[in-house]
Design a protein around this ligand. Structure first.
Ligand code: PRX
Length: 698
């Protein structure tokens, strides 16, 4: 079993890792900046892996990690080439293995891995497994929203389904490089659609099925897909959501803007709604079940260059317009497969369940590509994790004998609140590794996850990464070293994180600052679709020479990394990334809203909640009805997950004399830290602050 010890008992390994990853010889300005909280006492808490776990682990000790890490940064070409060689390449990559310009001062940012290599990620995910003796292994166990609804596909059945859809898409004219929007819930058809696109070289763009019609339309207009793939409806918990209606509205909106989509392939999700009840536009709408099963179950692969685009995934930034993060094929393939394998200590006998939706990057890299590249058995769950009761997750774990369970801290906190009894009534003895992603996991949630869910037996991989990074960047490798509750621990192979101060100077040793990365890694995104300039401005210009993550970070005396949250205008709500500007622009589109400013505030379950200060049009009175209508506007324009938790009526907003909103003050008011407002004398109208405080609980 694990033992909880003190760092002082663990000098040898901790120190050697710390020395290695903190980069000796850098300009040392310890604690030059302090962002967020310091890990304080947690940094002394160590959770040691059991000998039993270490004995079977892929990386069983710090020495093995250090040896591999050292090679990965000293000889990245050799390190990654060896791994890439385990996959199928129609033609091997050329030389150099990778090239990068990572410094804006030296010209445009340019990252390439395995250029000239010809491959196909769908082939490597599916055909390769079928051909290597895993044809009858379960690829997907599917569990429906309603208990009792389930299905499964072996790797050979998956191949057939993927090929049928790929053939259909080709037949309707989808070609290499064309975009396809996928707006589906967690049906098996979602990973099937992703893989079918990849098979024919089409670029998929999955839009999370919780996004509103407006958001979907915005994405359709940006990437101009040949086809939109959706389903008629889905049940989430006890609610039925008519997705096809949302798509209809989005398509009407985009055609008003001269982007018309000729084909909407619609899966009939019979568990949610019969086809007769679905609104239909003849000529444009086609039922999946009427066409796709008629196509041949084999389909030639479209071989693509390693640097050909694989997918676009829109994510929030600090302006109102979502960014189309573009990932390419070869490097992403090698990186997601490798990170999955090591961070979860993956073995072929594992049954893996990631609760993320394929509409987010986690579902791309760690529901579909990473696991399938390893030939894993993946659980795909359609429903809400607490439906029809808070024990549903553990019911599913026991049912499929899940060994690796990967989720978000928000779910951990909400299940923790429901009580241990919902967990302990299930066996969970199959579990051996747990994972966390999306936001910092607070130490108390970590401990509950570890002690109650994992019976103090399963290491937790708290994986830090982003849509942009493609795969894990800082993550525990279970068995390799002790964990600290709440720390993402050490960098993955090939990743050289640095912490910089506000002048962009690297800080050495124990410190806090902005988290950057100083070299490329195979899974890095290559650009923002159609806007390379924004790519450079957002990520490479703030600290020239580095990739800037947008996150604050602390490194402790043992070299462990502690993520402290976003330092830009992005908030992280239940692990979903939301730009404050997006919510603000939705609010101000309301006819009675004159101005809005949105900040994050600490939320017990969601991690961060959305706090909106709203100034109404002159003469409009505050009312409960108006509050609801403002929230509804955000739901309609972005999606329910972005609905503000709190609307604070604001007769005016605190602004500098040049008109800039002082969010620092708003954050303090939202947190009710009223004695920490700081200097308000530079405000154009200092009395607005008093007015805001007076209205705090209205
Ligand atoms: O702030 C970090 C947080 O989520 C952001 C990335 O969001 P997104 O691109 O939507 O991807 C989420 C899934 C990878 C990061 O900038 N974040 C993600 N994982 C962690 C985290 N913060 C702390 N600890 C993590 N493990």
């Amino acid at each position: 079993n694990y033992r909880i010890g003190m760092a002082s008992n663990y000098l040898r390994h901790g120190e050697s890792i710390a020395n290695f990853s903190s980069g000796a010889g850098k300009i040392s300005r310890i604690n030059a900046v302090t962002l967020g909280e310091s890990p304080a006492s947690e940094e002394n808490d160590l959770v040691l892996p059991s000998d039993e776990f270490c004995r079977q682990a892929l990386i069983p000790n710090p020495q093995k990690y250090l040896e591999m890490y050292k090679r990965s940064v000293e000889d990245p070409a050799g390190f990654w080439s060896d791994i890439a060689s385990e996959f199928y390449w129609k033609q091997k990559w050329g030389q150099p293995v990778f090239s990068e310009n990572f410094d804006v001062r030296n010209g445009p940012i340019d990252i390439q891995w395995f250029k000239g290599g010809v491959t196909n990620i769908c082939y490597n995910c599916v055909d390769r497994n079928v051909e290597s003796g895993n044809a009858d292994k379960i690829a997907i166990y599917w569990e429906g929203n309603e208990p009792g609804f389930q299905d499964s596909l072996t790797y050979s059945q998956l191949l057939q389904r993927v090929c049928q859809l790929a053939n259909y898409l080709k037949d309707v004219g989808v070609k290499k490089g064309d975009a396809v929007i996928i707006y589906l819930p967690m049906l098996m058809e979602l990973p099937i659609a992703m893989l079918a696109c990849a098979r024919i070289g089409a670029v998929h763009s999955v839009v999370f099925a919780g996004f509103s019609a407006d958001s979907l339309a915005q994405r359709i207009m940006d990437c101009k897909p040949k086809v939109v793939i959706t389903c008629n409806a889905v049940k989430r918990g006890s609610k039925t959501i008519q997705l096809k209606d949302i798509v209809d509205t989005a398509l009407a909106e985009s055609s008003k803007n001269s982007i018309s989509i000729d084909l909407c392939l619609t899966y009939e999700n019979q568990c949610a709604m019969k086809r007769g009840d679905t609104k239909w536009q003849d000529g444009r709408d086609v039922w999946w079940q009427d066409v796709v099963p008629k196509y041949p179950t084999s389909c030639m692969v479209e071989w693509v260059d390693a640097e050909d685009p694989l997918f676009l995934l829109y994510t929030s930034g600090s302006t109102g317009k979502p960014k189309g993060v573009l990932h390419t094929t070869g490097g992403y393939m090698v990186y997601t497969a490798t990170t999955f394998k090591y961070a979860f200590d993956y073995k072929p006998s594992d049954v893996y369940w990631c609760t993320a939706d394929c509409g987010w990057i986690t579902g791309h890299s760690y529901v579909t590509y990473g696991p399938m590249l390893n030939g894993a058995t993946v659980v795909v769950y359609e429903g809400a994790p607490n439906y029809p009761h808070p024990g549903r997750c553990w019911d599913i774990v026991d049912k499929f004998n899940v060994t690796i369970f990967y989720t978000a801290p928000t779910l951990v906190r909400s299940l923790m609140r429901d009580g241990d009894q919902y967990v302990t009534r299930y066996s969970r003895k199959s579990l051996r590794v747990l994972g966390s992603v999306g936001e910092p996991i607070n130490p108390s949630a970590w401990r509950w996850f570890f002690n109650v869910v994992g019976d103090s037996r399963c290491p937790i991989s708290d994986t830090w990464w982003q849509t942009e990074t493609g795969g894990f960047m800082i993550t525990p490798l279970p068995g390799a070293w002790p964990q600290k509750p709440g720390s993402a621990t050490f960098p993955f192979f090939g990743v050289q994180p640095v912490i910089v101060d506000d002048k962009g100077i690297e800080i050495d040793g124990a410190c806090s600052g902005y988290l950057c990365v100083k070299n490329s890694w195979p899974g890095a995104f290559r650009t923002l679709y159609g806007d390379h300039e924004r790519y450079e401005t957002t990520y490479f210009k703030p600290f020239p020479g580095y990739y800037f993550s947008g996150d604050g970070c602390t490194r402790d005396k043992d070299g462990y990394y502690w993520l402290t949250g976003r330092v830009d205008d992005v908030i992280n709500v239940s692990g979903h990334r939301i730009g404050t500007a997006e919510v603000e622009s939705a609010l101000v589109s309301h006819p009675q809203c004159a101005e809005a400013a949105v900040v994050g505030f600490e939320h017990e379950v969601k991690g961060q909640g959305i706090y909106a200060f709203v100034t109404l049009v002159e003469g409009v009175p505050y009312s409960e009805e108006l509050r609801k209508s403002l929230i509804l506007t955000v739901r309609e324009q972005i999606g329910a997950f972005a609905a503000p938790d709190k609307i604070h009526w604001a007769p005016g907003l605190p602004k500098t004399r040049s008109g800039k909103i002082m969010r620092r003050i708003l954050r303090k008011i939202a947190a009710r830290q009223l004695d920490e407002l700081g200097d308000t004398s530079t405000l154009a109208e200092p009395n607005v602050v008093d007015q805001l405080i007076a209205l705090a609980d209205c």
